[in-house]
Design a protein around this ligand. Structure first.
Ligand code: UGA
Length: 442
């Protein structure tokens, strides 16, 4: 099939490359000429596994790039909208880019088209796209609007796209539902997965993935509700982690215990410094705004958001309780500087001469650091791990004072006097760890 994808951001670029790998002819449209020129010259603008391979395989063949929306629409019956929906100051999704694409498509209609939203949008967006297109001269029977939300995660976007748990096809009419089914046919029939050159299958892949056909409105809600639910799981376990810290329990053991119930599951139950990224924070506030507009006061989402914010504050307090005063101290941070490739990390520059090291993201590279080298680089061997990447006992054995989330701090005996002299020593509990035997009594 010939497919137009409008917007070459994260979702658009990955979807376009993956559609091409499924065997379709894809035109990726963007109004950013610089970006298009870079893509045409073979540049890969985002760091995403397998994306360079797919772009090399299909660019200038089944995948082409253009700034001419009208021409692209003329030659295709399916148009995916993957433009940005950034948050407004009020927290709602800004749909002006979506509207402008809808206007553009309406002006270029020359036969039956299906316009498919793939950007994360609030419920009713498909109805608004239809209204905008009608207002701009598109005949009612000349198009349908569908919703096909994307569930890919940054970092594993290509495999998430090609090996999803499910594909949601939100279509209100059979004609457009069958077009959507045709697009995903190589996945639904399993033919893609039998190909020698298919992108390698990840663990836990559902093959073939479930195809779920719903109304457009249900599909829109599935996207927002999925992200809200995942964020809720994270805030829930972070709240439990705080209780673990107070009572001396180990949140990792608690996670294992509750996650083993298949109704709950262990995924998205990793405690940390709270969820971030470009999706959950924006989608939670947007979903909250959608609910309010529909007359429902979704207070549960407020709580998810506020636990998430509090989690960061707790982490900062933890840093203070490890270091006492912060003014003038140098903190190495693993997690902010990371952008492209792993070589930067392996240099350990962040640790050199630092008073303490903070771990803020769960990159695999951060969980396999050379601990002896790290110990020699840090001014004081103190690690405050916001992702629970290490075992506290191991860190203590390696001579580190180690703080993590939902577990007791691990403090080698030689460091205990330092800790007890800190202003916030009251925040540090010593229950249940052999290193601190006797300390609670002193
Ligand atoms: C998220 C969803 O997982 C995707 O399904 C969705 O398509 C995407 O948003 C989107 O709407 O575009 P993403 O933001 O790329 O994907 O990354 P995640 O892996 O979901 O992580 C989000 C945040 O939650 C990160 O800060 C991560 O560290 C945190 N997290 C995740 C936890 O703190 N604990 C966990 O157990 C899992």
């Amino acid at each position: 099939m010939r497919i137009v994808v409008v917007g070459s951001g994260y979702v658009g670029l990955v979807a376009g490359a993956c559609f091409a790998d499924l065997g379709h002819e894809v035109v990726l449209v963007d109004n950013d000429e610089q970006k298009l020129a870079a893509l045409k010259s073979g540049a890969v603008p985002i760091h995403e596994k397998f994306l360079p391979e797919l772009l090399a395989r299909h660019s200038s063949k089944r995948l082409t790039f253009s700034s001419d929306l009208a021409e692209a629409v003329h030659s295709s019956s399916t148009v995916f909208i993957t433009v940005g929906t950034p948050p407004t100051e009020q927290g709602e999704a800004d749909l002006s880019y979506v509207e402008s694409v809808a206007r553009g498509v309406a002006g270029a209609i020359n036969g039956y088209k299906v316009v498919i939203e793939k950007s994360t949008v609030p419920v009713y967006t498909s109805a608004w796209i239809r209204t905008v297109m009608l207002r701009n001269g598109a005949a009612p029977e000349s198009f349908d609007v569908a919703s096909n939300p994307e569930f890919l995660r940054e970092g594993t976007a290509v495999t998430d796209f090609l090996y999803p748990d499910r594909v949601v096809l939100g279509a209100d009419h059979e004609r457009c539902a069958s077009l959507l089914r045709q697009i995903y046919e190589p996945m639904a029939s399993g033919s893609y997965y039998r190909r020698q050159d298919a992108i390698p299958q990840p663990d836990r892949a559902h093959i073939p993935p479930r195809m779920i056909v719903t109304s457009a409105k249900s599909a829109e809600l599935i996207k927002h509700a999925s992200n809200a639910f995942l964020a809720m799981k994270i805030s829930f376990i972070n709240a439990v982690a705080s209780i673990c810290e107070s009572v001396g329990a180990d949140v990792q053991q608690v996670c294992q215990g509750i996650g083993s119930d298949t109704r709950i599951g262990t995924r998205f139950l990793s405690p940390g410094i709270g969820y971030g990224g470009s999706c959950f924070p924006k989608d939670l506030t947007a979903f909250r705004a959608v609910a309010r507009e529909c007359g429902y006061d979704f207070r549960l989402l407020d709580e998810v958001i506020s636990i998430n914010e509090e989690q960061r504050q707790r982490f900062v307090r933890k840093v203070r309780s490890a270091l006492w005063t912060l003014k003038g101290k140098r903190l190495g941070v693993l997690g902010l500087a990371f952008k492209g490739g792993t070589d930067d990390i392996r240099d350990y520059e962040a640790a050199a001469g630092a008073d303490a090291l903070l771990i803020l993201t769960e990159w695999h590279e951060f969980s396999t650091l050379d601990l002896d080298l790290l110990h020699s680089q840090l001014k004081y061997p103190i690690i405050i791990d916001g992702r629970n990447l290490y075992d506290p006992e191991d860190m203590m054995a390696g001579g580190f004072t180690y703080y993590s989330i939902g577990r007791q701090p691990a403090v080698p005996e030689s460091h205990i006097a330092t800790i007890m002299s800190t202003k916030n020593a009251g925040d540090v509990r010593f229950m249940g760890r052999k290193v601190v035997d006797g300390i609670s009594a002193s």
